[in-house]
Design a protein around this ligand. Structure first.
Ligand code: FES
Length: 82
């Protein structure tokens, strides 16, 4: 199981973390990957100045926005679920 943790701390929340969280959830559904990818909100990942912050397993991905969720999914999540 891969865990995609989306920061919903206040700095990231202001930058739109809920839209990112929801887009990841949509992608999981579209790929029927509910048993392979868990998308969950988390509190501050310690990179408030560089958010929105996302952690994919133990890899921190910074500067997330609505526009790069799909690319991040393709580059960092899809290869891990095969
Ligand atoms: S609020 Fe998201 S990294 Fe701190």
């Amino acid at each position: 199981m891969i865990t995609v943790s989306v920061c919903i701390g206040s700095a990231c929340h202001k930058r739109g973390s809920y839209a990112i969280l929801n887009r990841f959830k949509q992608l999981v559904q579209q790929h029927g990957a509910e048993d392979k990818v868990n998308v969950a909100p988390v509190f501050c990942l310690g990179e408030c100045a560089n958010g929105v912050s996302v952690r994919i397993d133990d890899q921190l991905v910074l500067g997330m926005c609505e526009d790069n969720v799909d690319a991040t999914w393709e580059q960092l999540v899809l290869p891990r679920i095969g």
